[in-house]
Structure formats: structure tokens, C-alpha cells
Design a protein around this ligand. Sequence first.
Ligand code: NAD
Length: 471
Amino acid sequence: MRKINQIYVDGKFVTPHGTELFSLFNPATEGIIGEVRLADEVDVHTAVAAAKRAFSTWSKTGKDERIAVLNRLSASFTERLDDFKEAMVEEYGAVRGIVDELLPLAPVMFTEAAKLLQSYDFSREQGSSTVMMNPVGVAAVITPWNLNIVFVAQKVAYALAAGTTVVVKPSELSASQTQVVMEALDAADVPPGVVNIVTGRGDVIGDVITSHPDVAKVSFTGSTPVGSRIMRNAADTFKRLTFELGGKGPTILLDDADLSAAIPMALASGFLNNGQTCFSGTRILAPRHRLDEVLQAIEATMPGFRAGDPRDPETGVGPVVSQAQYDRVQSYIRLGLEEGAQILVGGEGRPEGLEKGWYVQPTVFTGVTNQMRIAREEIFGPVLVVIPFEDDDDAVSIANDSPYGLQAQVFSTDTERARRVAVQVEAGAVLVNRIFNDLEAPFGGIKLSGIGREQNVSSLEAYLEPRTITA
Ligand code: NAD
């Protein structure tokens, strides 16, 4: 059994002042795989103090020094990719698609930030003034368990490029992934205090970090309810906020879509990361006059999304992260039936032959209206809904009738028509005939999906504050 009993503060592994022990589970077996000793309020104060001390020097470093550190981080993250993979598979049942395609983005975040830094102008003339882009101050980085490594890498990379120092509070459910992150960080010889990592409970240390007077900025990826709580905590000290929150993304299949290409991509988006992805297309909007065809195509494609052991390369959907999440997803499947929706594939209970592990049957509901709770609330499990529409305008209005607005997909064989629909969809990103967003362009949500944007220059400027000098 793995014992994780250190956090990373001021350039050193230290035993936390906190004494709470938290069990780590393998969701594929429900067995305990380890134990983590969690940080407490005292550890937060120590970490913030270290970040504050380091800020006074790191914020004054030049581009060359920052680029050198970013390149070292990229190298050390690359070296640990196999260990990251293992931690993701064991800790949350990540399947091959996610570890092979999204995890390798982690080291890339550092090189991309270094590349941007080379050309970014921290001082510019505007009117009769000089506008200086200054690092914002100590940033708190709070991440979820799903793809924790990539989120930490992205936020830390651009914060460091901006000259900001950070205290990272990863999810308590991602301690194994975080352990490898801490080791990779240590191997990269980052100056002490520039990056500190405290694993602790959100409801215990999260509030302390997000209301801390010496924290200037919070960059948070996680659920919408926690986002609004952080906003309230941060209000008294007017912290700068970047929030990447939940979603209920529409995938619009226009009536000229090539279903043989679109349906596999629609399902891949919906079931991505075992149905636990913020930007998934979880509402499939289908033209009413092709509804039967769409449903048949979904049924025919489902064998590619078989639930099973995450270590089996044939598995499309692994288990959900925890017993609590399993119960929550099951309750949504029951709710869908109570609301009058019908099961096209999947349903309540475990998939056949999987008696142990938090496996959910990959489920698609039909007979759904956009007013049902299963069409409005983020389920965060492999449960999708199909909603029929009459014409392009109706598709747009159903897509936009959502409390969320993170990412949407439009499929059509006519790219111009798809673009005409795309520009009307209320979301931070609308993708045409693809399901992964452009890493060079801003990513983030509107409405309950968040505040601000990340990726590339948006990420960098999220850690900068303009200062105008007019002489
Ligand atoms: P969560 O909101 O429960 O937890 C996220 C992080 O917030 C964890 O580190 C947790 O410990 C911490 N936290 C909890 N309470 C806190 C508090 N009071 N103060 C400060 N921090 C606190 O989310 P999760 O279950 O880990 O992740 C799933 C959610 O994240 C989903 O809603 C998903 O859509 C969202 N998400 C969004 C994006 C995006 O880019 N928009 C990406 C991934 C996940």
C-alpha cells in the first residue's frame, strides 16, 4: 500500500502539519491502494509565506531564466510520463484514449509557455502611456482529480512565465498523480518557493487559501458549486479569478451531417474520460426527420465504447472515480426514467460481468426534452441524452437553452452552414466537425461554465495585471 506523507513547500518535501489520513481507492477494484496525509491550515500559511518570499525575486527574473526553468520542467514531466499514466489508470481508471492523447499535453504546456514568453511584450506604448504587464502576485491553483497533471502543468507553466509564484491545491482524490508531479517539479530544480504543493481537503484548506490576504489570484478548475463558493471567499480581498467549471455541451448534428463520421466522434466526446470531462458533448441534438437513423447509428457504434478494465486496450469506458460518483450517476439514470425518458442503450446498475468496481453502463437516453433535469444538469458520468430539433434555428435555441456554456460541437458536410450555426451558439468554444479544441486559442466558458480564458496568451495574461505609466 502506497503511503504519501509529504507535501512540497519552499523547494522541499516536508511532512505536513496536518495529521488527517485519507484513503486512496482503485475505482476498478474498489480496493484501497494507498493513504495520503493531508495538509491543514498551518501548512497553507507556510506555503503561502514561501510563495510570497519567492515572489519578490521570481517576479523580477528575466525571460531567459524563466524559459530555462520551463524547459527543465518540460523535460522532467516528459521523463515521468509512464509514471503519470500508471497513476491515472490506478487512481481514477483513466482509459487508453485519455492517457495516450491528453496526458502528453502536460510537458507541452511548459514548452508552449516558454515559446510564447520569447515573443511576448511585457511593456507596450498606448496613447501617451507605457503599459507594463506585471505579475499579479501569489496565485492559488486549485485543480480537480480528472487529468489533474495537465491542469497543474498548464496553470503552473503560464503562472511561472508571467513571473508569478504559486500554491497548488490539487484534489485530495489525486494524491498519487500529485506525488509524481511533486517529484517532477523537484527534479526540475525550480527555485524554492516558486511552486508549492499542498494536498488537502477542499472544504478544509480550500477556504483558507481562497480567502488568504497574501493570495492575489485564484485559478480554479472544478465544479460550478465550488466555483461560486470560492468567489464568495475571494470577494473580501478582491482576488483575480479564473474559473474553468462544469458543462452540458451540445453536439449539433445538422441534417446534412455524415453520421458515419459524426456519431463516433459525438460518442467519443460524450464518453471521454469515462464520461468525466467538462467539455464533453453530453446533449446530442439530432434532426427530427433523421432521428431514427441517428439512434440506429448510436446503437451500432456503442460496441466501440464498451465498459471494462481500464488496463484493457479494448476498453472504451472505465469506472467512475468514486463510490459517491457511482451513486450520483445511478441516481441520474433513475431520474431520467422517472422524468419519462427512454433508455436507448445502457441503463441502471453495473455492466454485465463487472460485479466489482465503480462501473456504470454507458447510457444514452432518447425521448428527452431539453427541460428535463438529465438534459440540464452536469451528470459527470457516461450518460448522454439525444434531443430532436426541427431546423437549424431550433437546434441553436435548444443548444443555448442551458445554464452552461463551455464547448459545443457542430457537425455538417457544409462547413459554411456549420459556421453560420456555430457563431450563434452561446459557448466559450464551438468546434466544427471536431471534438478537441485548438490549444493555441482561448478556452473557457460563459454562464455557469466559468470566468476568464486559458491557453496560450489568455493563460499568460490571466497572471498579469496592467500598470499604466503616463508621464
Ligand atoms: P470539485 O469542484 O469537487 O473539486 C475541484 C477542486 O476544488 C478539488 O481540488 C477540491 O478539493 C477543491 N475544493 C472543494 N471545495 C473547495 C473549497 N471550498 N474551496 C476551495 N477548493 C475547494 O470538482 P471535481 O469533482 O474534482 O471535478 C469535477 C468537476 O470539475 C466537474 O464539474 C467538471 O466539469 C469540472 N471540470 C472543469 C474543467 C474545465 O476546464 N472547465 C475541467 C475539468 C473538470
